[in-house]
Design a protein around this ligand. Structure first.
Ligand code: HEC
Ligand code: HEC
Ligand code: HEC
Ligand code: HEC
Ligand code: HEC
Ligand code: HEC
Ligand code: HEC
Ligand code: HEC
Ligand code: HEC
Ligand code: HEC
Ligand code: HEC
Length: 393
């Protein structure tokens, strides 16, 4: 009886109509092995208007399977194209379960609008999708290219992660805002939004004004000219571990700035390659400001107070804070009633330079003074020894 009814149905309608499928898939207590499909779920989803075979490609008259090749890309060309270039697709050659698919991130029949608060892929919830896999140590063991789970979880403690996940600040970035939502190319791929020369633009989606200043600076222009050793946002701020600048853990907290700049400005390789002055850090450390900052004093000048932050230029550039005509103003931020040539010879001078003035003479005096004492002491010991020898004779 059942089979006759079905035959009739199949003959009366072209293959693909929903009713045709629901004959078998629409029954909860089906005697066939066909899985139950709740049409209510579909009609409540963003795809309410679609027919079963818009996504599936099942011939109801033949034995069929086919969840593995659901046809999302037929309509969502752009996302499918991006996904086809992602390491996630590549990973399928190793293991199908360990990499995400359209359905494992978005769902199957119950796909909601991205903005829906219940969607697993909305701005806040999408982070949960990524960390489920990327904070799993077993996945790291299987796929060696992946970074350590701690590198990922740092995001949750960063200024961005806390703003989004704890404070509910929807302007803060989720993983996909920096990595893109479907291609996830690794950062060493020149097409990645996180390839070194693209980072400023990626951060600049939200920090536009800062990115514009940076792009004009000596560092920004050097990077644009292909000098990959020049810093971009992440060299000074970190990546997943970015903190608020007033947080002592931040790489740009006043006391930590000299260390952040010195990663490059004391690097033998960088300094010689670009003809930079190698003693900038050492001389700063010797200076009054340097000593004070070493002791945790945040009010004294750090590298950025005199050179700028996102707008650092060469001394010869009139836009530079240390350009001859600007330097008095620069020191004047903190020092009142400056004498004419206050700035001269005060910064980046070693006590070995005559330009450092008082410091130079004090050092000279000490060297002579100590040398004379040592020589006198030696002469004294020699004389005393001779006297003793004589006495014994
Ligand atoms: C005659 C009953 C019948 C009809 C009609 C039918 N199916 Fe099926 N379908 C089955 C059975 C039984 C299975 C399980 C097959 C298997 O596991 O080999 C199945 C499996 C499937 C699967 C794969 C499920 C899985 O877990 O892999 C999909 C998808 C599917 N059907 C969709 C459809 C669509 C779409 C239609 C309408 C175009 C349809 N079916 C019509 C009986 C039917
Ligand atoms: C928007 C695309 C889309 C539409 C429309 C759609 N499906 Fe599916 N279907 C999927 C995806 C994706 C999966 C796999 C879900 C997963 O892996 O969680 C799936 C899974 C299934 C399965 C296997 C379910 C299981 O529990 O194993 C069946 C059977 C099925 N669909 C039948 C249908 C029928 C019948 C219709 C029409 C009434 C339909 N589908 C409409 C995308 C769709
Ligand atoms: C790793 C999880 C993941 C996978 C895999 C994935 N997506 Fe997405 N998708 C997302 C997230 C997260 C968003 C939200 C993007 C955003 O906020 O920028 C999204 C957004 C979308 C959108 C809405 C785009 C828009 O601009 O509004 C569509 C459509 C979409 N995905 C389709 C697909 C298709 C088709 C596939 C498979 C080829 C797929 N997705 C694979 C996570 C995923
Ligand atoms: C037959 C064409 C078609 C197929 C196949 C299809 N979709 Fe869609 N999809 C649409 C349409 C139409 C919309 C609603 C209009 C829109 O927002 O783009 C939509 C909306 C969406 C949205 C919500 C986008 C938003 O802006 O909020 C997501 C996510 C999505 N689809 C994912 C998928 C996934 C995953 C699959 C495969 C399981 C799939 N779609 C299969 C046509 C399709
Ligand atoms: C189901 C588990 C799973 C989910 C969910 C997932 N990933 Fe992945 N991801 C992987 C695996 C496995 C690889 C390694 C694939 C390969 O290279 O062969 C990978 C690779 C990557 C890579 C490239 C890593 C590299 O160094 O080459 C990035 C970036 C990435 N995923 C980001 C994300 C983001 C962002 C999300 C969330 C939107 C996400 N992933 C969701 C499993 C997952
Ligand atoms: C503020 C931007 C930003 C956010 C948000 C962000 N990342 Fe990253 N991520 C980066 C940068 C920059 C790198 C490159 C690090 C490097 O060059 O060593 C990176 C590297 C990675 C890598 C290593 C592969 C690669 O591309 O080098 C993975 C995997 C990854 N991130 C996953 C995630 C996940 C998962 C989240 C969310 C929990 C996330 N990221 C959030 C900026 C971000
Ligand atoms: C050469 C190092 C360096 C580079 C490159 C750099 N920054 Fe900064 N950034 C700093 C320092 C130092 C501070 C702290 C300034 C302060 O204490 O007032 C800072 C502060 C910030 C702040 C918080 C203060 C504010 O003005 O809102 C943001 C946001 C920021 N940077 C974003 C970026 C972005 C985005 C980029 C890339 C376009 C970038 N930075 C490139 C060193 C750098
Ligand atoms: C999707 C938008 C978005 C993107 C992309 C983004 N940020 Fe942010 N960022 C924010 C928001 C919003 C805050 C403020 C969070 C809060 O404190 O509530 C913030 C805060 C910061 C701060 C701390 C500001 C302070 O007051 O000290 C720094 C530094 C920063 N971001 C740097 C970066 C860097 C570097 C990148 C790129 C790798 C980046 N951001 C990418 C939105 C973004
Ligand atoms: C990632 C490495 C890196 C970091 C971090 C870095 N710099 Fe640089 N810096 C460079 C390179 C490379 C150049 C040379 C650019 C060129 O050739 O035009 C440069 C140039 C400069 C110049 C111009 C020098 C000249 O002779 O024209 C100044 C001033 C400067 N940096 C100050 C700073 C300060 C202050 C910091 C910290 C807030 C800092 N830099 C952090 C790599 C770095
Ligand atoms: C109190 C202000 C002040 C502080 C603090 C300071 N600088 Fe300077 N910097 C100057 C002045 C003034 C010059 C130019 C005169 C000179 O070379 O002594 C200069 C020169 C430089 C130059 C060469 C620029 C060029 O165009 O030739 C670099 C590079 C540099 N400083 C890096 C740093 C770094 C890195 C730090 C932190 C460790 C730092 N400076 C701290 C004031 C300062
Ligand atoms: C961000 C604030 C700030 C900036 C900018 C700054 N200083 Fe200072 N400087 C201090 C503080 C605070 C002290 C501690 C003694 C004090 O209060 O006068 C100090 C002390 C000094 C001292 C040793 C004590 C003294 O008064 O003789 C010298 C020399 C000095 N600064 C030179 C300079 C020069 C030259 C510049 C500009 C190139 C400069 N400073 C820029 C904050 C700054």
């Amino acid at each position: 009886m059942m089979t006759i009814l079905m035959m009739l149905l199949l003959l009366s309608s072209a293959y693909g109509g929903d009713e045709e499928c629901l004959v078998c898939h629409g029954k909860k207590a089906s005697t066939s092995q066909a899985a139950f499909v709740d049409v209510q779920v579909l009609t409540g989803s963003v795809h309410a208007g679609l027919e079963c075979n818009d996504c599936h490609n099942c011939n109801p008259t033949k034995r069929h399977a086919g969840v593995a090749d659901v046809l999302c890309g037929k309509c969502h060309l752009e996302e499918a194209e991006s996904y086809s270039q992602s390491p996630h697709l590549e990973g399928r050659q190793v293991s199908l379960e360990d990499v995400p698919t359209c359905a494992s991130c978005h769902g199957g029949h119950h796909i909601l609008e991205i903005e829906d608060p219940n969607s697993p892929t909305n701005h806040v919830n999408s982070v949960g999708i990524c960390i489920r896999c990327h904070e799993d140590i077993h996945l790291k063991e299987k796929f060696e290219v992946l970074p350590d789970p701690q590198m990922i979880s740092a995001y949750e403690h960063s200024v961005h992660g806390r703003a989004l996940m704890i404070d509910g600040n929807l302007d803060a970035p989720a993983c996909v805002d920096c990595h893109g939502s479907h291609s996830f190319r690794p950062s060493d791929d020149p097409e990645s939004p996180l390839y070194k020369t693209h980072i400023a633009a990626t951060c600049g989606q939200c920090h536009a004004e800062i990115a514009a200043h940076y792009e004009e600076s000596v560092h920004g222009t050097a990077l644009a000219d292909g000098i990959l050793e020049s810093p971009t946002c992440t060299n000074c701020h970190g990546e997943h571990d970015i903190q608020q600048h007033g947080d002592p853990e931040s790489k740009v907290y006043a006391v930590n700035i000299p260390k952040t700049c010195s990663d490059c400005h004391t690097s033998e390789k960088v300094v010689t390659k670009y003809g930079l002055n190698p003693d900038r850090i050492a001389t700063f450390k010797e200076s009054f400001h340097g000593v004070a900052i070493e002791l945790g004093e945040t009010r004294v000048a750090n590298c950025a107070s005199c050179h700028g932050v996102h707008d650092i230029f060469s001394q010869s550039d009139p836009r530079s804070m240390i350009y001859a005509a600007n330097i008095q103003t620069t020191c004047g931020q903190c020092h009142d009633d400056l004498p004419e040539d206050f700035a001269r010879g005060q910064v980046h001078t070693s006590a070995t330079d005559v330009e450092s003035g008082g410091k130079f003479y004090v050092r000279k005096f000490y060297i002579w003074f100590i040398s004379i004492i040592i020589v006198a002491f030696v002469i004294y010991r020699v004389l005393e020894y001779k006297r003793r020898v004589k006495r014994v004779e």
